[in-house]
Write a new protein. Sequence first.
Length: 337
Amino acid sequence: MNRIVTLDEFIIHRQKDFPFASGELTGLLRDIGVAAKIVNREVNKAGLINILGVAGEENSTGDTVQKLDLFANDKLIDCLKNSGECCGIASEENEHYIEMPALESKNSKYVVVFDPLDGSSNIDVNVSVGTIFGIYRRKSDSSGPCQLEDFLQKGTELVAAGYVIYGTSTILVYTTGRGVNGFTLDPSIGEFCLSHKDIKIPERGSYYSVNQGYYLKFDVEMRRYIDHCSDLNLRLRYIGSMVSDVHRILFQGGIFLYPNTRKYPQGKLRLLYECNPLAYVVEQAGGKAINCQLNRILDIKPKTLHERQTIAIGSPAMVDEMKAFVERYSMPMPFEG
Ligand code: P6P
């Protein structure tokens, strides 16, 4: 029987890969693991909320029941604040980035971006949701507070990224640029244990993941590619939680698409804390992630914290095929003489 390797042990062991590591990154990853355990406990009770009270009201213990995504947001911020391992946070739930007081953050050299609970609309129907995170080295002068520029970095600048999926089991998947590893929470010991070592995405898969309901709103080249997937008898799986759809594709192969629509001409998903961290993980596992203008997601320079992006992410052969369809069928832009 293989020896249990906990997330903490693994992170500390891997720290040796970074000769100049000061332990801050190790501390950050462990903090995220702690926050994930706390969020997991509440997500698992979510179905009981209707018994315990609904968001905004007081439950039986007199605590105000929080919407789970706000609860997740608060726990992640608290855990990162308490450890003082980062100097700033950008969250989907907060319009502006959050400065960590210098005293508490010991002038840390890292900032963290996250979507605290992606797909939270699925909570009420007991469908899996997840936390997505990315860690950058700050670019601003470490003598002062973090700056917006610390967050508006390309995905190629990520130091670490990953996600936690709260599903039939709770799994934390992350990379620090040296491969991708997955850890499953063992509730009996309260530890994330190494369960998926050195994850590699299949070259191609039998799934495609897109909201078919928008088919008629997609550009013609995207419709042609989706028709191609259907012609190949690929299986359509769409959970409505990006982290869950991408998690399946990471393990079984396939492609996830969120193209531009009339409602979301730039795409719906957020570049900073949804597309970039998942693109980093998928690329580290051998996959690809591009937008519908065929630009590599990780190469896109963010202009604002909450900017949206189109995305095609998954098995390399399938992303290449989608790219070929877009190149072949996209309508040439009218000549602007
Ligand atoms: P639609 C969840 O709200 C989310 O941000 C992603 O997790 C998910 O992939 C997408 O939106 C679903 O959007 O428009 O298909 O409901």
